[in-house]
Structure formats: structure tokens, C-alpha cells
Design a protein around this ligand. Structure first.
Ligand SMILES: NC(=O)c1ccc[n+]([C@@H]2O[C@H](COP(=O)([O-])OP(=O)(O)OC[C@H]3O[C@@H](n4cnc5c(N)ncnc54)[C@H](O)[C@@H]3O)[C@@H](O)[C@H]2O)c1
Length: 368
């Protein structure tokens, strides 16, 4: 039985774009948590924290102070991707629960120490939680699609067509960000991949069972193009990518990623089943207002991922905090995030080499 009076002490590591949202959500919209501290080496980030967070929230530049702080029971890691795995391992070793921003790492090999550190905690019975923030799992519309699939209303789901298109940022931020983020497919496509594995029923409950005919990845292919930033070729990246993931059992995910959208953040998902097709975000409208004028009938779009998934991020941190306090299983397992990472890595390889990547029966990509 949960002790409702106990609050989880949380610190946010990295208060850039995403970390600021996590800090605000933890401080103001998570009733069972208390934001104890934020940590970032950049002075402007701490200045933002001073102006926007409660005065009681400590502002620090040294991660070790957070790991040594007994008032901090959990950390949210929202630093750039290349630093995730190291910080997650250090946090787990310091006895902190971890909510880790996606993806765990730029390549699957670097995720292994995180899995090992999480396992050490299991062995020692410390029951620390480590959850990866694959945010679509916490969105009400995607949850409703999952409920309909689980209730059998789609019959057999066989095809997911999806798109994650960001509005073009003329500052070229994502070009600078390319290397440290792992590139377009790892950074962005991880959401489509995890969502498809989840909706197709491939996530932990199935894959960790010893059921031999559980669906698994069979092969992947992708191609990319740079519509506005040909210089992305220097980091083997692109500003658009088309990816196909074929699973056993006759299931396919087909998705388009783009950094060059014109109207806003648009993440269309179509799920085709033998009995029903459902669409999420058919119109990426920011509200229910329709404008009718000399240009016709139209709506305004969500400008960024954040406006689209605002509530999902609040749900995500609340569900994580509840798992820590009530010692329940986290809704996104580390294994799920690792598997999604392996598929993203194989798709990146396919894009760079122009070759399909096959997967073996053991679920590992076969690189020639
Ligand atoms: N779930 C989602 O939909 C979603 C959306 C956006 C970003 N993200 C993830 O959040 C993470 C942060 O992205 P962002 O857009 O906020 O980036 P950002 O560059 O705006 O912020 C990163 C912050 O981390 C700080 N930092 C502290 N220590 C660091 C270290 N050792 N190495 C690197 N940075 C350090 C930087 O100073 C910076 O303030 C990324 O991993 C990204 O993939 C997730």
C-alpha cells in the first residue's frame, strides 16, 4: 500500500530544452515528487532555473553533489544523448532511481553498462527503477489505440505507417546536434520504432518469455536525403529518412522522419488491422479552432513536439514517480529501449551503406 504522504526527492540533470520541461513538470505537476535540485554546467541554464523554479530548488554544476545528496532519491537525466549511459550508470551505482531521456545511447554497445548496472541493483535487492522516456507510451491517443488493439477491435494489426516531422529550424540547431544525438534515425526514429513494437505486442511481456514464435525483427531497410542541409553528409546524417522494418508474423513498420517540415510538428500514425484502421494525428491541429477565410478552411499546427506531447510528459514523470514509491514495474523497460536502439542502429547502417540489414533468430542485427 502506497504511503501517500511520502514524496520522492528528484533532481534533474541537464536543464536545456527538455530538462526545463521535466523540471517544471516535476516541480509543479507531480504531486508525489519534490524537486530538490537541478544540475547543469552552463550558467544560463542555472539562471533560467533561478527565474522559473521554486527558490527551494538547489542549482548545481557538479553531478557528483547530486549523486552524494541523500535528499535525492531519483534523477531525471536530460543531458545530451552521448552522456546518458555514463550518467545513468553513476546514478544507479549511487543508489538513485533513474528516468533517462531517450535514447539510452548513440550505439547499442554503449547501452550495455546501463543494463548491467540495473541488473546489479536487482541482484542486491535494492529495487531501483530505471525507465527510458519513450514519451508516446504516455500519450492518451496512443494509449487508446493500444487499448483497442488489446481488446481485439483491430483484428490482427499488420501495418503501421508513421511519420515524425519536425518544423524546419532555420538556425540549423539539429545540424550542430547531429553527432551528439546519434543522427536523425537514432534521435527521432526511436519513437516510431518503440511505438510500433509496443502496438504490435513485441514489448517486454512477450519478448522476454521463452515463447519461440514471439514476433521479432526480420530485416530493415532505409534511405535518406538532405533537402536543406547537404552538409549533414559530413556526419553521415540526413534531414529526411524513409525507413522500413519488417517483423516476423507478417507485420511491417514504414516511417518517414523529417527535420524540414513547413507547418509545425506533425507525427501522423496509421495502424492497419484486419478489422479496423485507426489514425492518430490525422490533422496535427493545436486546438479545435477552424479558420475559414479567403484561403479556405484550415487550422493552426502544433509548432513543436512539446506542445503535441505536453500532457504525455507530465504523465510520464508521474508514472515513473509512482513506480519508485510503490515499487511497481516501470511501464517502459530498459530491454524495450535497448531493442528499439538496436533497430535504430541497423536502420542507420542501412541508410549509410544502402544495404538491407538482416536480423538473426537471437534478435541481433547481422552486419556483413
Ligand atoms: N522524449 C522526447 O520527445 C525528447 C524530446 C527532445 C529531446 N529529448 C532528449 O533529451 C535530451 C536533451 O535534449 P535537449 O534538446 O534538451 O538538449 P539541450 O542541448 O537543449 O540540453 C542538454 C543540456 O544538458 C546539459 N549537460 C549537462 N551535462 C552535460 C554533459 N555531461 N554532456 C552534455 N550535456 C550536458 C547541457 O549543458 C544542456 O543544458 C536528448 O537526449 C534528447 O534526445 C527527448
Amino acid at each position: 500500500m502506497a504511503d501517500e504522504n511520502r514524496l520522492l526527492g528528484v533532481a534533474v540533470l541537464g536543464v536545456g530544452r527538455m530538462g526545463r520541461r521535466h523540471a517544471l513538470n516535476t516541480a509543479f505537476f507531480t504531486p508525489r515528487a519534490r524537486l530538490v535540485a537541478v544540475c547543469d554546467p552552463i550558467e544560463a541554464c542555472l539562471q533560467w532555473a533561478e527565474e522559473n523554479l521554486p527558490a527551494s530548488v538547489r542549482r548545481q554544476t557538479d553531478f557528483q553533489q547530486i549523486f552524494d545528496d541523500p535528499q535525492v532519491q531519483a534523477v531525471v537525466i536530460a543531458t545530451e544523448t552521448s552522456s546518458h549511459a555514463r550518467l545513468a550508470v553513476e546514478a544507479l551505482r549511487a543508489g538513485k532511481h533513474v528516468l533517462l531521456e531517450k535514447p539510452i545511447s548513440i550505439n547499442p554497445r554503449d547501452s550495455e553498462p546501463v543494463l548491467a548496472a540495473a541488473k546489479e541493483n536487482e541482484v542486491e535487492g535494492l529495487k531501483l527503477k530505471c525507465m527510458v522516456g519513450l514519451s508516446r507510451r504516455f500519450d492518451e491517443s496512443y494509449k487508446e489505440v493500444k487499448r483497442q488493439i488489446d481488446a481485439g477491435l483491430l483484428g490482427t494489426p499488420y501495418l503501421i505507417k508513421s511519420a515524425t516531422n519536425d518544423m524546419y529550424d532555420p538556425s540549423g540547431f539539429f545540424v550542430k546536434f547531429s553527432e551528439a544525438s546519434g543522427g536523425l534515425i537514432v534521435d527521432c526514429g526511436i519513437h516510431d520504432i518503440d511505438m510500433a513494437r509496443w502496438l504490435f505486442g513485441l514489448t517486454t511481456a512477450v519478448t522476454t518469455s521463452d515463447c519461440d514464435d514471439a514476433p521479432r525483427v526480420k530485416r530493415v531497410f532505409s534511405t535518406g536525403l538532405s533537402v536543406r542541409h547537404p552538409e549533414l553528409a559530413k556526419t553521415n546524417d540526413a534531414d529526411n529518412a524513409i525507413c522500413v522494418v519488417e517483423f516476423t508474423g507478417g507485420k511491417v513498420l514504414d516511417f518517414h522522419l523529417s527535420r524540414t517540415g513547413l507547418h509545425g510538428h506533425d507525427c501522423l500514425t496509421e495502424v492497419f488491422g484486419s478489422e479496423r484502421k485507426v489514425i492518430v494525428n490525422g490533422n496535427p491541429t493545436i486546438n479545435r479552432v477552424e479558420i475559414r477565410d479567403q484561403h479556405g478552411v484550415r487550422t493552426e499546427s502544433t509548432p513543436t513536439y512539446y506542445e503535441r506531447f505536453r500532457e504525455a510528459f507530465v504523465t510520464e514523470v508521474n508514472e515513473f514517480v509512482a513506480c519508485c514509491l510503490d515499487d511497481t514495474v516501470v511501464p517502459v523497460s530498459l530491454d524495450d529501449a535497448v531493442q528499439a536502439g538496436k533497430i535504430a542502429d541497423a536502420l542507420t547502417h542501412a541508410f549509410r551503406t544502402g544495404k538491407q540489414v538482416l536480423f538473426g533468430d537471437d534478435g541481433e542485427a547481422i552486419y556483413e
